[in-house]
Write a protein of this length. Structure first.
Length: 84
């Protein structure tokens, strides 16, 4: 079994899930998410996904609305608070 947080995706990706490795969420991850280069953003997202229905190749196949849905789902677990 893959360790991590299971995220059930919503919207156009409903029915799919990803497993996020919380230890891979670093300040470098947040910095890469702010890049102007989509490939850097996709690499950052792929670096925290440790399992589930999407990998780097799967990210490349997403349509814009699906990618937006993925980002919205990731935002729920990448909020910086006292617990992180």
């Amino acid at each position: 079994m893959v360790e991590g947080m299971r995220i059930d995706l919503q919207g156009p990706l409903a029915g799919k899930h990803i497993i996020v490795d919380p230890d891979a969420i670093t300040m470098g991850f947040f910095e890469d998410l702010q890049s102007d280069q989509l490939s850097t953003i996709m690499d950052a997202i792929a670096s925290v996904i440790s399992g589930g229905d999407l990998d780097r190749a799967g990210l490349r196949k997403l349509r814009p609305a699906e990618f937006k849905s993925l980002i919205e789902s990731l935002q729920k677990v990448t909020v910086i608070d006292e617990k992180n």
